[in-house]
Design a protein around this ligand. Sequence first.
Ligand code: PMP
Ligand code: GLN
Length: 381
Amino acid sequence: MIKSKLPHVGTTIFTQMSALASQCEAINLSQGFPDFDAPLALREALGAHAMAGHNQYAPMAGVLALREQIAAHVAARRAVECHPESEITVVPGATEGIFCAVMACVHPGDEVIIFDPCYDCYQPSIELAGGRAVHIPLNALDFSIDWQQVEDATNPRTRLIIINSPHNPSGSTLSSHDLLKLEQLAEKYDLLVISDEVYEHLVYDDQQHHSVLQLEGLRQRSFAMFSFGKTFSVTGWKTGYCIAPPALSAELRKVHQFVSFVAVTPVQMALADFMRDDPGYPATLADFYQGKRDLFCALLEDSRFSLKPSQGTYFQLLDYSAISTVRDAQLCEDWTRQYGVAAIPISVFYQEAPEDLHYLRFCFAKSDALLKQAAEILCRI
Ligand code: PMP
Ligand code: GLN
């Protein structure tokens, strides 16, 4: 019989909850994806490229026109130069990019610092690379990082640190001070960094998103990961990109070329066209999603949940401690069946979830009508 390389891993909570929601015909605010469509021009461009016969392998590191658009976007947004040929790699989703980056830098016995609650794909990638994940809990109140704790956990075996801002599932964001602390530590202990920035455009209340690309010391030792799925509402297109200095990109590509080799050609061409023709689109997202966050939070004002408005991502945590003492995973299942609203329990993102954890994660990338319908139900609980 096969001996599992991931004995503790089951099917992801996103797949489980979406399946349960569908089975129960529940409103699905669990798995993160928009229930509205991508911009028409983007979808038309995909059709046009497929019809025009752009259906064979793309270059391994990505369609050059798309990499050039990415470089232009980063230059305009962050005044940072990145070289399309040697520093940008288009990947079939940030998940693949993160896996390849972990494989590229983690050797057996290396330690990797990750923060709980932690997006689900990091730990299995580390384990498959033969590394050891060292989990550091985020501050229980505001999901911030205690940098002293990070330094205390660092030792000569520490190779890599993975950060995620805006943060899934909590919706917290890292400040420029956080990135400075990270830069100091990374330089002091010679660490590599994977910075999961897939929600870079979804930050609220007039905040700026701070990227590792903007601090020279971090820029030189980081893989910055982005996802077109979030930015252009095409999670099903599974396309993202990694920006890393040439030596890091070269190692990433060695893995990428044998995991998936390339991302999908007509998708990359359509994204390049759309970025060229509508460069201002990503900057519209913050207002758009803040409106949805505010609507969802306002609708829940008279509910028994308590909440702090999410600072980023399209997820909102609701604190249910005034309603139930049942553990979150059980509650999610019960409420999907009983009330017809599906959410994500956040205990699954911890190595050791605190006993008194009482948050559920709701995705607000949904039509206003659906958010209203869900909130009406949640107000009755
Ligand atoms: N990182 C985080 C924090 C995410 O929430 C997601 C996806 N939802 C990903 C990575 C993966 O992105 P992709 O769908 O492009 O693989
Ligand atoms: N990242 C999405 C979420 O957090 C889900 C992606 C997936 O299903 N793998 O809900």
